[in-house]
Design a protein around this ligand. Structure first.
Ligand code: MG
Ligand code: MG
Length: 265
């Protein structure tokens, strides 16, 4: 069942999303070779709590042990922060959620470290572009399949694999609500998009096969062929006249020292 949000609720979610965006920015400023992923997690958790939020992911399902999902190289999503030290040419996805005044917000960004292969930069760039192709279709009167198709058709044109097991989702009082937001689908199919819907669009795109495997830790999802993967996520609110992106990557772009996207434009 889809819970439609009032303007007041959307306003609160946007406030939480600002804390989330700034937490991402704090992390972005620290991403470089030699930093432990657990150190990034600590910074995010402290920032969120200092600003009146609670990390949405911590203890999710009674078992996720951290505030960030940090997914390096062939890890698609749900990587657990650890003693691993980032190194040159790694590609690292950071996913974070904030619970604030009774509502969640959720967003993700994938960073290439300096030295990353040009093919990896293209995977990231195109995955990021696919997110916005999905957002363009996320408007009142369209169907979810229009969003899904826009993402899938774009990335598959480059031969990339679209992960099937994991999808975007509604967000609100719960981190994961209806509707599902698949990154694959058919135009004109799926639930109708109506004002008051708030959901996360999050393409998870693999350089090679779409197939993934789960590690024995119960969380970490890797590509089956061990090639790299990319993940970007924004939340949107559907309104009658206009769709609004509620989350922001602005602070990430300001704080991350490697200006990789400008290079390929
Ligand atoms: Mg999400
Ligand atoms: Mg997320």
């Amino acid at each position: 069942m889809v819970h439609l949000k009032s303007e007041e609720e959307i306003h609160i979610i946007k406030e939480g999303a600002q804390i989330l965006g700034k937490a991402h920015g704090e992390v972005a400023g620290l991403i470089k070779p030699g930093i432990k992923t657990s150190a990034l997690d600590k910074v995010a958790e402290e920032f969120i709590r200092d600003h009146g939020g609670i990390p949405s992911f911590k203890n999710y399902n009674g078992s996720f042990p951290a505030s960030l999902c940090i997914s390096v190289n062939d890890v698609v999503v749900h990587g657990i922060p650890s003693n691993y030290e980032l190194k040159e040419a790694d590609v690292v996805s950071i996913d974070c959620g904030v619970y604030y005044k009774g509502y969640h917000s959720d967003s993700a960004y994938t960073y290439p470290l300096e030295g990353a292969d040009e093919k990896v930069l293209l995977l990231l760039e195109r995955t990021y572009e696919s997110l916005f192709k999905g957002i363009e279709q996320a408007r009142a009167g369209n169907r979810m399949g229009d969003v899904s198709y826009a993402i899938q058709s774009y990335v598959e044109s480059f031969g990339y694999g679209v992960v099937r097991e994991l999808v975007g989702h509604g967000v609100g009082k719960k981190l994961h609500e209806d509707p599902e937001v698949p990154n694959f689908g058919k135009r004109g199919k799926g639930v109708k998009l109506v004002p008051g819907m708030v959901f996360a669009i999050e393409p998870m795109i693999n350089m090679g096969t779409k197939n993934v495997v789960q590690e024995r830790d119960g969380w970490t999802i890797r590509t089956a062929d061990r090639r790299p993967s990319a993940h970007f996520e924004h939340m949107v609110a559907i309104r009658e006249d206009k769709t609004e992106v509620l989350t922001t990557h602005q602070y990430i772009e300001e704080k991350y020292s490697y200006k990789w996207r400008s290079k390929s434009r």
